[in-house]
Design a protein around this ligand. Sequence first.
Ligand SMILES: CC(C)(COP(=O)(O)OP(=O)(O)OC[C@H]1O[C@@H](n2cnc3c(N)ncnc32)[C@H](O)[C@@H]1OP(=O)(O)O)[C@@H](O)C(=O)NCCC(=O)NCCS
Length: 260
Amino acid sequence: MNVDPEFGQLITADGPILMDPKLNVQRAVRQVEESAKCVSVVALEALSSMLGSRFSVEAAPPTIQNDRLYPEELAHICGAVQKRQAEFATARVCARKALIGLGESPCSLAPHADRSPRWPKGVVGSISHTEECCAVAVTHSRWVAGLGIDVESEATLPAELEELVCTRNERAWLEHYTKSDRAWLGKLFFSAKEAVYKCQYMLSRSFMDFRDVELAIDVDRGTFSVTHLSLDGAGGGENMLRLEGKFRRLPRLIATVAIL
Ligand SMILES: CC(C)(COP(=O)(O)OP(=O)(O)OC[C@H]1O[C@@H](n2cnc3c(N)ncnc32)[C@H](O)[C@@H]1OP(=O)(O)O)[C@@H](O)C(=O)NCCC(=O)NCCS
């Protein structure tokens, strides 16, 4: 979010908002910050309800808080642009709170060289960011082998991206929906596949493209499953077909989880 007082505009994740000249800039900033807090609360509730009591979940609006980082975390992120510093730091602060919620000690969480998150022994976790919210979920490895979470604030997928994200069968399934339903369901495929990717990566350490995995979505139940994989051995091969996927569609937010 940026303030452009000269032109009376507040630049937000949803685009520029024209400000009433009488409206104090700081008050406008506070309103947008409050709105980001609301999105984080909604994300926290959505993820917690999907994951259940064996998981510890935290979410917060991204803010720069480098003074709360360990030296190796700071070394990793200090050269990045401000937006990235904010999301990285907030995710680390949320992750340490989530670890405490799990009964674990908070510790340094500098990522692996491939950018995937590093968790203490015996812990499985996942991180996701939007412009308004950083979300983290962790649990003990005795409960799950893999976990992926994803939050998306952009509610729809541009039509031209559908072909990159969805397989032929998925697009045939989307044909049954109206144009507007199709746009949010496209975004759901995107989010679910990011969650699936993060979930399988901690087991396979291998890259998967969006069309390497095919999903079946049950819109009424808020669930999805993997029906086909084009890569042998990805995420432990056959295991991927047992992956449990859930989603919530909320105002200004789609949240997905993938559990193995
Ligand atoms: C990693 C990726 C999934 C998400 O990155 P993103 O667009 O920045 O989205 P999010 O904000 O939701 O997630 C960021 C977090 O993902 C985590 N992440 C990064 N790489 C990861 C990996 N290989 N495995 C698991 N988690 C990973 C990190 O914790 C990161 O947060 P951090 O940098 O603050 O620690 C995406 O960039 C990517 O590389 N995708 C590969 C292709 C793909 O998604 N295929 C889907 C087919 S199944």
